[in-house]
Design a binder for this molecule. Structure first.
Ligand SMILES: [Zn+2]
Ligand SMILES: [Zn+2]
Length: 189
């Protein structure tokens, strides 16, 4: 059976990874097993931009792609609480590698940051925080499953602010759902 690795970076709470591993399967149109990595991987300080006070997400992603090149996992889902960016944007919630074509079998990586997900929340709002996290994780995972951004009522809608994250659902619209099924059936042929 296909497996996805949930990998913490830096000092990431294992509890949250456990919670994600239990919550994610019902959003995906194929059966998959999630495994939580029991140790976090360090993030290289060379990816830190001291002018922006943020980590370069593209560099972290490239690093993980080469690290996990030969892994048996289908996808690597990396989570960090560092604030991350790509050139041209003030910050991003996450970044993922899309497959180059329908038949590419190399493991792909998605990266999600929790740094901005507690914005405007009180300690007691942990449920909202978890919903936001789930949405961003499902979204990035969607990219690794060949999806582009979507303008419908769909988790693949692009969010540039936390209120846009709050407004979108955690699930795929029927169009995106079917695209993933099509992608997976080609891949597993
Ligand atoms: Zn996106
Ligand atoms: Zn959609």
């Amino acid at each position: 059976m296909l497996k996805i690795l949930l990998q913490g970076l830096g000092e990431f709470e294992i509890n949250l990874l456990d919670w994600l591993s239990g919550s994610l399967p019902r959003f995906l149109p194929f059966s998959i097993r999630f495994k939580v990595s029991d140790r976090c991987l360090p993030v290289s300080i060379s990816y830190y931009n001291s002018k922006r006070l943020q980590f370069n997400a593209s560099q972290i992603l490239q690093d993980l792609l080469s690290l996990f090149k030969k892994t048996c996992f289908f996808r690597i889902l990396a989570l960090t609480n560092h604030d991350i960016y790509v050139e041209g944007l003030n910050f991003i919630f996450g970044l993922a590698q899309k497959p180059h074509n329908m038949f590419e079998k190399t493991p792909l990586v998605a990266l999600v940051s929790t740094s901005r997900l507690a914005a405007g929340l009180r300690e007691s709002d942990s449920q909202i925080f978890k919903e936001r996290l789930l949405k961003e994780v499902v979204h990035e995972l969607g990219h690794t499953l060949s999806l582009d951004h979507c303008t419908r009522d769909c988790v693949m809608r692009f969010s540039n602010t936390i209120s846009e994250t709050d407004l979108k659902p955690a699930y795929f619209c029927s169009g995106c759902f079917n695209k993933i099924r099509f992608y997976m059936s080609n891949l597993l042929k």
